[in-house]
Design a binder for this molecule. Structure first.
Ligand SMILES: NC(=O)C1=CN([C@@H]2O[C@H](COP(=O)(O)OP(=O)(O)OC[C@H]3O[C@@H](n4cnc5c(N)ncnc54)[C@H](OP(=O)(O)O)[C@@H]3O)[C@@H](O)[C@H]2O)C=CC1
Ligand SMILES: CC(=O)C(=O)O
Ligand SMILES: [Mg+2]
Length: 756
């Protein structure tokens, strides 16, 4: 490991507080009553219910979403038997991955016990605490005995991840690798380095997938595992012993199609690779140092397809691709075990996902690399957000079909949707908007139609049936990028393309543009130049002529420049005095809307009343009833500064405009969320519960607040949402990803029905 990575890792683990985890309460404990509910006497009610029906433990406790990651530290990564305590960073790491990738909570448990029987006794007694057990980094052959014993004793899933998680991912990589090189699994020869937990489990699964047992040669520290060998043998290895004269890994590699390394760093010499068959698969999966480094392998065998267990090379074959999602599926259907059918379903789902198009989130996590199925992209990346929706339902379905699900999932497609929502937290807030958008497909013009992210968003919009995109851009570039990204967009069929330099309606568009801006100092010649050269001008003109229903721009250039074109060409909706913008921040605690984040710098009381009215209307489009707080440094008249007076005035005006709206102010931000505090300070407050729409005194406050929430509240942002134009337009920020663009497209499409 390079020195800087070593030191960075130590800092990562130590700062700002030691370790990678903490326990967080999910229920309030703010007063005497909360205390009475959380603990004695109230907690007894939950206990009594569980006594009556043990199944309700999943309703009243965390058990249904809690996995134990348990080790005795006897085979930690490739570091060997470093013991339970030193294994703790790895187990904490797994807990983090479970949480981040699949929203599963984990207690890591390090047990200082090397005797398999006593280890089993200890783990078995933990069953009441957990929904499932992930055994980790336990050496072979003890791990086989331990897993089997626990599976027999416990009624919850028990999975030794180094065996089965690894085998599942290796299975998918081998299936896809063979597909790339055009070889048949029934005919290939495989050689391992390693005869431990991971290697033997992989072999068992590969045989189940069709590999011929007599085409497999196993090697370990003592060399080839052959019939009659007595050194370093056990019954599990013996099942793969071959009648052969070969004694070394080098000899065994003669003519082999696949090398599967699950042993230790550096055990494979580059020159041995020359012995392998054409287009070999080299899976060097020891961690943290592979059996051979990819550059050495590639130099020795340029025709090889290479995979390692590491993040920093292509083809990361690592059990992280599997364990979060196989447990997600198993927990969600109440599986009593993780059986063979569930494992095979997981193999197939991983293999299939690698062949699907990659998403922008995956690409941005990997420095914008273009990931397409092939020699350097055999299996999905761990950050692929689709792993959850591909794998967990496949596992749950297999559990149900094989009869081990105690809580079958009645509607798998609704389940898949709920998983998507867990991943894309914006999905939950956006769901009603997407549903509405699908009711009638609108034409949405994208000013920057040849940009990669826009093309991907357009693809998603078509696939999800939320819009028919019109892409402004160079057709040749669009075609090239569609093919480069592996998209399925068909210009002229499911998407229209308008080339600004070869625009058949150029004269008409110039006339429309000039008509809308002629009193703003443009000459006809300038107008022609702008229609040809400024994509936002052309897009807005299409909106004005009615050739498009809604518009998205802003990926390139400054917000205010786009805004100026929108104001000049599209104008404002009837009755609207000024445009405004709002951002939504989706957090674990709920969604908050904040305005005006981008457009009005220092709105007057009248402006604020209009901002609140427009924003409230938009919040309702999300299916959320707005509860508005006018925020200030002043609390219900405590200050008489001009800005406090402005907020009071805005409240007065707003009550006149929208008597039914739940709104209160001016107030401190904490009172917007704490009803009890608010009522104590101001008993007549007309706002109930927690505010969800915050109207700020000026753009500084709004913009700062939403950025703070985004970072500190770990929020996902939707917006900026432009409100008040005569037709739906959204100006995104240049950093907007595909998901953000798609969200804004759906919003714009939905706004068509009732104006901007
Ligand atoms: N990429 C991934 O997702 C995963 C990678 N791994 C990696 O695989 C390796 C093995 O893990 P695991 O199966 O859990 O551990 P085990 O201790 O169960 O097995 C290790 C195996 O490797 C063999 N071995 C060790 N050193 C050498 C050597 N110098 N030459 C040849 N064989 C050797 C051992 O031989 P013997 O039997 O003779 O002792 C044993 O068969 C580790 O490096 C681990 O990090 C594991 C799980 C997942
Ligand atoms: C990845 C993993 O589980 C291991 O190397 O042990
Ligand atoms: Mg492991």
């Amino acid at each position: 490991m390079p020195d800087d990575l070593y030191q960075c890792s130590l800092d990562y683990h130590r700062l700002p507080k030691p370790g990678k985890l903490e326990i967080r309460a999910t229920k309030p404990l703010a007063n005497q009553r909360d205390l009475a509910l959380a603990y004695s006497p109230g907690v007894a009610a939950a206990c009594r219910e569980i006594v009556k029906d043990p199944g309700t433990a999943r309703d009243y406790t965390l058990r249904g979403n809690l996995v134990a990651v348990i080790t005795n530290g006897t085979a930690v990564l490739g570091l060997g038997p470093i013991g339970a305590l030193a294994a703790k960073p790895v187990m904490e790491g797994k807990a983090v991955l479970f949480k981040q990738f699949a929203d599963i909570d984990v207690f890591d448990i390090e047990i200082d016990e090397r005797d398999p029987e006593r280890f089993v006794e200890t783990v078995a007694r933990l069953e009441p605490s957990f929904g499932a057990i992930n055994l980790e980094d336990i050496k072979a052959p003890d791990c086989f005995i331990i897993e089997q014993a626990l599976k027999e004793r416990l009624g919850i899933p028990v999975l030794h991840d180094d065996q089965h998680g690894t085998a599942i991912v290796v299975g998918a990589a081998v299936l896809n690798g063979l597909r790339v090189v055009g070889k048949d699994i029934a005919k290939v020869r495989l050689v391992t380095a390693g005869a431990g937990a991971a290697a033997l489990a992989c072999l068992n699964l590969l045989v189940e997938l069709g590999m011929a047992r007599d085409q497999i040669t196993v090697t370990d520290i003592a060399g080839v595992v052959y019939e009659g060998r007595s050194e370093e043998m056990d019954g599990y290895k013996a099942r793969f012993a071959r009648a052969t004269d070969q004694r070394t890994l080098a000899e065994a590699l003669d003519g082999a199609d696949i090398f599967l390394g699950l042993s230790a760093g550096g055990v494979l010499a580059p020159e041995w690779l020359e012995r392998m068959a054409p287009r070999p698969l080299v899976l060097a999966l020891a961690n943290p140092v592979p059996e051979i480094m990819p550059d050495l392998a590639k130099a020795a065998r340029p025709d090889a397809i290479i995979a390692t267990g590491r993040t920093d090379f292509p083809n990361q074959v690592n059990n992280v691709l599997c364990f979060p999602f196989i447990f997600r599926g198993a927990l969600d259907c109440g599986a009593t075990e993780i059986n063979g059918a569930m494992k095979i379903a997981c193999v197939r789902a991983i293999a299939e996902l690698a062949q699907a198009e990659t998403s922008d989130i995956v690409r941005s996590a990997y420095g914008g690399q273009n990931l397409r199925f092939g020699p350097d992209y055999l299996i999905p990346k761990p950050f692929d957000p689709r792993l959850m929706e591909y794998l967990a339902p496949a596992v749950a379905r297999a559990a149900m079909e094989s009869g081990v699900a105690t809580r079958p999932i009645p509607d798998l497609s609704a389940y898949r949707q709920s998983l998507q929502n867990r991943i894309f937290r914006t999905g939950l807030t956006m769901k009603p908007v997407f549903d509405l958008a699908r009711e009638r497909v609108r034409r949405v013009v994208f000013a920057e139609g040849d940009k990669h992210r826009v093309l991907e968003a357009a693809q998603q919009a078509v696939m999800q049936g939320i819009a028919r995109p019109i892409l402004i851009g160079r057709p040749r570039v669009i075609d090239e990028r569609i093919s480069e990204l592996g998209l399925k967009l068909r210009p002229g069929i499911d998407v229209d393309v308008l080339d600004p330099s070869d625009n058949p309606r150029f004269d008409e568009h110039c006339a429309t543009f000039f008509g809308s801006v002629k009193r703003r100092g443009y000459t006809p010649a300038e107008a022609r130049q702008m229609v040809r050269g400024e994509a936002t001008v052309l897009a807005a003109t299409l909106l004005r002529t009615g050739e498009a229903d809604a518009m998205i721009c802003g990926i390139v250039g400054r917000y205010l420049r786009h805004l100026r074109h929108v104001e000049e060409i599209i104008g404002k909706a009837p009755g609207v005095k000024r445009l405004t913008s709002m951002n939504a921040v989706v957090m674990h605690t709920g969604t908050l809307f904040i305005a005006d984040t981008y457009v009005q710098e220092d709105p007057s009381a009248e402006d604020l009343a209009e901002i609140a009215r427009l924003c409230a209307q938009q919040v309702r489009r999300f299916g959320i009833e707005p509860k508005v707080a006018l925020l200030s440094h002043s609390n219900f008249g405590s200050h008489d500064t001009p800005s406090a007076a402005k907020m009071r005035e805005a409240l007065y005006l707003l009550r006149g405009l929208e008597p039914e709206l739940e709104v209160e102010g001016e107030m401190h931000a904490n009172l917007a969320f704490e009803e009890a505090l608010r009522l104590a300070r101001f008993p007549d407050s007309r706002l109930t519960g927690r505010a969800n729409l915050l109207i700020m005194p000026n753009q500084d406050a709004a913009n700062i607040a939403f950025n703070l929430l985004q970072v500190l509240g770990e929020g996902t942002v939707i917006g900026p949402i432009l409100l008040g134009p005569a037709k739906p337009v959204h100006i995104v920020t240049p950093s907007a990803g595909v998901r953000a663009l798609l969200n804004m497209t759906a919003l714009a499409a939905v706004q068509v029905r009732d104006g901007g």
